[in-house]
Design a protein around this ligand. Structure first.
Ligand SMILES: Cc1cc2nc3c(=O)[nH]c(=O)nc-3n(C[C@H](O)[C@H](O)[C@H](O)COP(=O)(O)O)c2cc1C
Length: 223
């Protein structure tokens, strides 16, 4: 362990009591169960995807948990959508959507948008969310969401139950009140939420930053 510079567990920061995992105290107490294959990857982001809003398509919202960044240059992400969703037809036809990151304030609406279909309900009107213009795509962003990621579809892969829309990120909007005086986005102030195995979770405080495990301690200033 020492050779790689990996900190020993004893050196790791201790999480707050509320976030302490339930872990057996010794390795020989860890038992495993074998489950059938399934989607247990957790936690994942849960997002509100907006689509439509022009031509024949009324603006719509769909809750998506199966989304992820897939490429940094060009910036790309994916969303997995069942073909029977109303939003699927809209995104397939228009080739555009916006991934809106909801905060705690929108968790109930996020769940609701995943329970009702835009084929029957005007989700923007009924939720009270504000549809604001995007900068590059024809569908609206959700004004209340702290981050809006405008996307243009590049590929649709038929995987089975879901189609995977691969999309290029063509613009990003963030709420200015979450920027500090240096213009840095204070993600911890956005109140973002996660989803795991059927439940919604708030994000706790940051533990440390990217690369902290190999960060050299700055020498104490000499007096
Ligand atoms: C937490 C949550 C996550 C969901 N994730 C997905 C998903 O990744 N892909 C998908 O096709 N449907 C997903 N759904 C289901 C759709 O959001 C739901 O069927 C929605 O009503 C479809 O809306 P639409 O018919 O207006 O497109 C999710 C629902 C919830 C509540």
């Amino acid at each position: 362990m020492k050779k790689t510079g990996m900190p020993s567990p004893a050196q790791d920061k201790k999480p707050e009591p509320a976030h302490q995992p339930e872990t057996p105290t010794s390795l020989d107490r860890i038992e495993k169960q074998s489950w059938k294959p399934g989607n247990v990857l957790s936690p994942v982001p849960v997002v509100l995807v907006s689509c439509g809003g022009s031509g024949e398509f009324r603006a719509n919202l769909i809750t998506i948990a199966w989304t992820g960044s897939v490429c940094s240059d060009p910036p790309m992400l994916s969303i997995a959508v069942r073909p029977e969703r109303h939003s699927h037809g809209i995104i397939k036809s228009t080739g555009e959507f916006v991934v809106n990151l909801p905060s705690l304030a929108q968790v109930k609406i996020t769940d609701w948008c995943g329970m009702v279909s835009g084929s029957k309900v005007d989700k923007f009107a009924e939720s009270g969310l504000t549809a604001a213009p995007a900068t590059t795509v024809g569908c609206p962003i959700i004004l209340e969401c702290p981050v809006n990621i405008e996307c243009r579809v590049t590929q649709r892969l038929e995987l089975g139950s879901h189609d995977l829309f691969l999309a290029e990120v063509v613009a990003v909007q963030v709420s200015s009140h979450l920027l500090d005086e240096l213009g840095k986005f204070r993600v911890e102030k956005a109140g973002l939420i996660a989803y795991g195995l059927g439940h919604y979770f708030p994000l706790g405080p940051a533990i440390d930053h990217f690369g902290f495990s190999i960060r050299k301690k700055s020498p104490k200033p000499r007096r």
